[in-house]
Design a protein around this ligand. Structure first.
Ligand SMILES: NC(=O)c1ccc[n+]([C@@H]2O[C@H](COP(=O)([O-])OP(=O)(O)OC[C@H]3O[C@@H](n4cnc5c(N)ncnc54)[C@H](O)[C@@H]3O)[C@@H](O)[C@H]2O)c1
Length: 326
């Protein structure tokens, strides 16, 4: 097999590329480097710099490298920005996906894996979210992921392509410091950022109907997530047909307050958090049932939240040496 990983120079994509290379897979990456970092790529993995919206480029890359499977991670992912620029998000995320699927179908490629998100669910009032929980996304970003899944399944049916959609929950951590997330969009880097500036971490709302009043999330180590991709790729390479959509989480809720306390322990900076008003669109609780992934992919997360915070902190220190205070 030769796998094309779109968005492979990004935070998650680089972990997937590394995990696949470690398993002996042939891999190449397409990335427009809008958020990606070339140096994250494992040695020997070719990078094609270009956009998923460039159909001609995609066709020539798929043919030239004799690609037999695609892992599509390239996307814009900032929920707030998607609210302000919905057409940009639809164009990039859905336009890019449609262009890619056309090229994939034309090349006769039969295996396709798509990065979806827990954002497809919105704010479900359930203890554990299963894949049957109704999807009501609360942002244009989440809408592009849900519509993306529909498109992937429809294209799969039309062109005889086996497909897997992975709905990632809250991704954190790093398999190596140089692979760490350099963006400050998720809660772990946001707290690191505040502490590095000498400011108190912020908690948005402590009056939610949860045990300590703060939002509860399901955090998944990016190295576990990369292994879920490997498991899905094996399923596709092993001749699976049809489509599969699965949650990728740990099935364990961690509150924002618990996470901030843990970050204080790991960083040695226990500056108490300040509570600010709720942010619009934050669901009180979003925790995955991971039973289907376990059953269908034989995959289960191995790493805990402390490991995520510690490895993310090592990555943060690499890029922010001023944060070190030992
Ligand atoms: N980080 C999370 O917590 C999370 C959660 C759920 C889903 N996801 C999804 O996982 C995927 C990867 O996310 P990430 O956190 O690694 O983000 P990232 O921004 O680090 O990676 C995305 C990569 O795609 C590239 N890219 C973006 N648009 C492109 C385009 N049109 N053509 C070519 N390359 C393009 C960027 O340069 C970047 O390298 C995305 O699809 C995202 O929506 C992420």
């Amino acid at each position: 097999m030769t796998w094309l990983i779109t968005g492979g120079a990004g935070y998650i994509g680089a972990h997937v590329a590394r995990a696949m290379v470690a398993e002996g897979e042939r891999v190449l990456v397409l990335d427009d480097l809008s958020a990606g970092v070339r140096s994250r790529l494992p040695e020997g993995v070719p990078l094609v710099r270009g956009s998923a919206l460039d159909g001609e480029l995609l066709k020539s890359v798929l043919a030239e490298h004799e690609v037999t499977g695609v892992v599509h991670l390239a996307a814009r992912k900032q929920v707030g920005e998607s609210v302000e620029r919905p057409t940009h998000y639809y164009r990039e995320n859905l336009g890019g996906l449609a262009t890619l699927l056309d090229a994939v179908a034309e090349a006769g490629i039969r295996r396709f894996l798509f990065s979806s998100s827990a954002a497809v669910y919105g704010d479900p009032d359930v203890d554990l979210i299963t894949e049957d929980t109704p999807c009501t996304p609360m942002s244009p970003y989440g809408e592009t992921k849900l519509a993306g899944e529909w498109l992937v399944r429809a294209a799969g049916r039309a062109h005889g392509m086996a497909t897997v959609c992975l709905r990632y929950f809250n991704v954190a951590g790093a398999a190596a410091p140089e692979l760490a997330d350099t963006g400050v969009f998720n809660v772990v880097p946001m707290v690191f950022d505040r502490l590095t500036r000498g400011e108190a971490p912020r908690i948005f709302g402590d009056d939610y109907p949860t045990p300590d009043g703060t939002c509860v999330r399901d955090y998944i180590h990016v190295a576990d997530l990369a292994e879920a991709h490997l498991a899905a790729a094996r399923r596709l390479a092993g001749g699976a047909t049809g489509d599969l959509t699965v949650n990728v989480g740990r099935g364990e809720g961690v509150s924002v307050r618990e996470l901030v306390t843990l970050i204080g322990e790991v960083t040695g900076d226990g500056t108490p958090a300040v509570v600010e008003p709720r942010r619009p669109g934050d669901a009180p609780r979003a925790v995955a049932s991971s039973a289907l992934a376990e059953r269908e992919l034989g995959w289960r997360a191995q790493r805990g939240v402390r490991d995520m915070v510690e490895s993310a902190w090592q990555g943060w220190l690499l890029h922010h040496p001023e944060a070190r205070h030992d």
